[in-house]
Write a protein of this length. Structure first.
Length: 287
């Protein structure tokens, strides 16, 4: 009995190993695979490769024409640590894309068409260390909960977009942040910007915020001024409060102005009427 079963016992593990090796070694068409690195960049791809080696650790899909990524695409690639999607046509990512990518540390989404970073967009990618969202020219809004769950994030690049403002809540939930780029955006440095600037000034020693190059676009009185050049005195007008006496004075002035306006209109009416009568009398005398 034993001599007949022994070859089957030896052959079974060998077949499993060969099958596993085949699955791991499979490289997508038009891509180059070296070790755990899969490079599919610059191939004019309109969609992501259907399958990748299961042990993929570094995936580059940069410089293509990819407009969407299927939901659950990364579910099987638990070894993925770096994903490069820069210079594509992405405007949105599906919910739960990063559910299986729990080791993902570097994500590059620069040079795409994102206009909004929605809430919990990266929540499952809790191991992220670096996130690049720069050079998205249509990026106008970052949800206050966009970066929730990224407790380990150290570098965030939001430069060269269309951001006029960003919620302080979106940034103060990043305790490990040491690199932040905000330059190249049309920042609106009104009263609503004060909490963010105060936060930046408080962290500038620990958080190397590349905000020295970031400038205000508006209002006109601070247009072109660096963000961090604005001090508390720059926002004094935002804290002016009116007392009861101020309100009474404003009401009194308004009343006086109203009376003056009525009196002026009355006098103008009388003057016009007198001029009309004088003109008519002159015409009668000429006749």
């Amino acid at each position: 009995v034993w001599p007949r079963r022994r070859p089957a016992m030896l052959l079974g593990p060998w077949l499993v190993a060969v099958a596993a090796a085949g699955a791991v070694a499979r490289c997508p068409v038009l891509c180059t695979c070296r070790g755990q690195a899969v490079d599919c960049s610059g191939q004019r791809l309109f969609s992501v490769p259907a399958e990748l080696p299961l042990d993929t650790g570094n995936l580059s899909l940069a410089h293509n024409r990819i407009a969407s990524v299927p939901a659950g695409y990364l579910a099987c690639y638990g070894q993925l640590r770096a994903l490069d999607l820069r210079n594509n046509s992405l405007a949105v990512l599906p919910a739960g894309l990063f559910l299986g990518a729990r080791r993902l540390a570097h994500l590059d989404l620069s040079y795409n068409n994102f206009s909004l970073v929605p809430a919990d967009m990266f929540r499952e990618a809790s191991a992220l260390l670096r996130l690049d969202l720069s050079h998205n020219p249509a990026l106008r809004r970052v949800h206050p909960l966009a970066f929730r769950g990224l407790a380990q994030l150290r570098e965030l690049d939001l430069s060269h977009g269309a951001l006029a403002s960003i919620s302080l809540e979106a940034l103060e939930g990043l305790p490990a942040l040491v690199g932040l780029r905000l330059n190249g955006n049309p920042w609106l440095c009104g009263c609503a910007m004060e909490p963010l600037l105060k936060w930046l000034r408080g962290r500038i020693q620990r958080c190397a915020a590349d905000s020295q190059a970031a400038e205000c676009r508006a209002p006109p009185e601070v247009a072109g001024a660096p963000l961090l050049s604005l001090t508390e005195e720059s926002f004094q007008a935002c804290h002016l409060t009116l007392t009861l006496d101020d309100y009474l004075f404003i009401a009194f002035v308004g009343f006086v102005v109203s009376i003056a306006s009525v009196a002026t209109n009355f006098l103008l009416g009388i003057t016009a009427n007198c001029c009309h009568r004088w003109s008519k009398a002159s015409e009668d005398e000429d006749v």
